[in-house]
Design a protein around this ligand. Structure first.
Ligand code: NIG
Ligand code: FE
Length: 413
C-alpha cells in the first residue's frame, strides 16, 4: 500500500466527518469547516485519515511538510463543453467590433461554426485535443468534471463526441460525467425543419446513446433562437425514457420559462441564470434543482451576472462551474470562476469554495466520492502555496496560488 502523509498543514479546508444530506443552501453555504495545524494521510487513491498535529501518526511512507500551506479538495467543475475542435477568437474580435453572441450565432457562427469544424476532425484528433484540456484543468486544481456533447448536431458527430468523453473517462484519473446536448442548436441542414431535428434526437440519437452507454445526463439549450420550453420538455421526457436525468441551459439571455420546465422534469441543475425574475427564484426555492452559475461566461460576453445573492438568500442550492467552451468561456480556470463569483456576484469566499467543491459534486452526483475532505473519499487534493488565508484565493485573482494537485492519490505533473 502506498502512503503519503501531509504534516503541518496550516489549514485543512472543507473537512467533514459527515456527508451533507444534499447540496448546501442558505446559511449552510457560508460554513466551510477548517482544521488548523493539521495532518492528512493518503493511502493509495483515498483519504485514509486526518487530524491535528498534536496527534500526528508516524508512518513509513512519503512525508510532505506543508508549512504555511492550505490543503483542500480539488474543484468539481459540473458544467463544461471541453470536447471541441478549435478555438473561435475571430468571433471574439467580431464582438469587440459590436456584434452580439446571438447575432453571431444567427449568421452561422457560434455553435454551428464549432459543429462544422468538429465534423471535419477525426475522433482521434478530437480526443488528443480534449485530453490536453483535461491536463490543463487538472493542473489548475480540477479533479472532477462534467463534459457535454453538442458540437456534433448529427448522429455521427454527436456519437463521436460522446465516444471521446467515454475514452477520456477511461484514460484519465478525473471523475468524469457525460451529458448529451444534441439540442444545443438547430443544425444548418434542419433550418426549415425543426421537427425533423427533434425527431432525429429522440428517435435516432437517444437509442444509440443508450445502446453504447454514452451519457449520464441530457441537456437542452432553452433560449430564444435555440429551443423553446415546449421543445425542451419533449426532449427531456424522451431522455428520461432512456435513463438520462435532466440538466438545462436556461435564462442565459432571456427568461422564457425554461426554469419551470426543468423543475417539472426533476432536473439535477439549471445552468447560467444570468436573467432571472422573482417567480423563477421562488420556483427554485421549492425544488431540489441546483442553480449552477457560470460567471466566466458573462465576464467573457460582457453580460450581467446571475443574481447569486438573491438565490442564496432564497435558500436555493448554488454551484459554480467554468462552462469551458470555445464561444462563451474559453477557460476552465476554476480559481478565476471563484474570484468572479466573489467580485462580481458578491458571494463570500467560503460560499464560493463550497459551491465549487461539494455543491459541484452534488451537481454531478459524485458527492459520495469527491468534493470534501472526508475519510474514504478519493484523494483529490489541492496543496496551495503558502498563503495567509482562504479569502486570499479569490482576492489575489491573478496569481497562481496552487503548488501541487493530487488526483486519485497521484500527483498531477
Ligand atoms: O454554455 N449557451 C450555450 N452553450 C454554451 C456556449 C456554446 C458556444 O458558444 O460554443 C454556453 O455558454
Ligand atoms: Fe454551457
Amino acid at each position: 500500500m502506498k502512503q503519503i502523509l501531509f504534516r503541518n498543514i496550516r489549514q485543512l479546508v472543507q473537512v467533514r466527518t459527515q456527508q451533507p444530506d444534499g447540496p448546501l443552501r442558505g446559511k449552510e453555504l457560508q460554513e466551510l469547516p477548517v482544521l488548523e495545524d493539521a495532518w492528512l494521510l493518503v493511502e493509495d487513491d483515498r483519504i485514509a485519515d486526518f487530524g491535528q498535529m498534536d496527534n500526528c501518526p508516524d508512518i513509513e511512507g512519503t512525508q510532505i511538510d506543508a508549512n504555511g500551506q492550505l490543503l483542500m479538495p480539488a474543484w468539481c467543475d459540473s458544467h463544461t463543453h471541453l470536447v471541441f475542435a478549435t478555438s473561435r477568437e475571430e468571433e471574439f474580435v467580431d464582438r469587440i467590433n459590436g456584434l452580439s453572441y446571438t447575432e453571431i450565432a444567427a449568421k452561422g457562427g457560434g455553435i454551428l461554426n464549432s459543429a462544422k469544424k468538429l465534423a471535419a476532425m477525426s475522433e482521434e484528433e478530437l480526443f488528443q485535443k480534449a485530453k490536453q484540456r483535461i491536463e490543463e484543468i487538472s493542473g489548475m486544481g480540477t479533479g472532477a468534471v462534467e463534459i457535454k456533447s453538442g458540437y456534433g448536431l448529427s448522429l455521427k458527430s454527436e456519437l463521436k463526441m460522446l465516444r471521446v468523453i467515454k475514452r477520456l473517462r477511461r484514460e484519465s484519473n478525473l471523475a468524469i460525467k457525460s451529458t448529451f446536448l444534441g439540442a444545443h442548436a438547430l443544425p444548418a441542414a434542419y433550418k426549415e425543419n425543426r421537427e425533423g431535428y427533434i425527431h432525429l434526437i429522440i428517435e435516432e440519437m437517444l437509442p444509440e446513446i443508450e445502446a453504447e452507454n454514452l451519457a449520464d445526463y441530457i441537456d437542452v439549450f432553452c433560449e430564444k433562437g435555440f429551443f423553446s420550453p415546449e421543445e425542451t420538455a419533449r426532449i427531456l421526457s424522451s431522455g428520461r425514457d432512456y435513463g438520462l436525468k435532466a440538466k438545462v441551459h436556461t435564462n442565459q439571455f432571456n427568461s422564457l420559462g425554461g426554469i419551470q420546465t426543468a423543475i417539472d422534469h426533476q432536473a439535477i441543475s439549471v445552468d447560467h441564470l444570468e436573467v432571472m425574475n422573482d417567480e423563477e427564484i421562488a420556483a427554485l426555492q421549492n425544488s431540489n434543482t441546483i442553480a449552477t452559475l457560470l460567471p466566466t461566461a458573462p465576464f467573457f460576453l460582457n453580460d450581467p451576472y446571475a443574481p447569486a445573492r438573491a438565490l442564496i438568500d432564497a435558500n436555493v442550492p448554488v454551484a459554480l462551474a467554468s462552462d469551458y467552451n470555445p464561444g462563451s468561456s474559453p477557460s476552465g480556470n476554476m480559481p478565476l470562476v471563484i474570484a468572479l463569483a466573489c467580485i462580481k456576484m458578491r458571494m463570500l469566499p467560503t460560499e464560493a469554495i463550497n459551491a465549487a467543491t461539494i455543491n459541484g459534486a452534488f451537481a454531478m452526483e459524485v458527492a459520495h466520492e469527491v468534493g470534501s475532505i472526508q475519510k474514504g473519499k478519493k484523494a483529490n487534493l489541492i496543496l496551495t502555496k503558502p498563503i495567509p488565508s482562504l479569502a486570499y484565493i479569490p482576492y489575489a485573482f491573478g496569481s497562481n496560488l496552487i503548488d501541487q494537485v493530487m488526483i486519485n492519490g497521484n500527483w498531477v505533473s
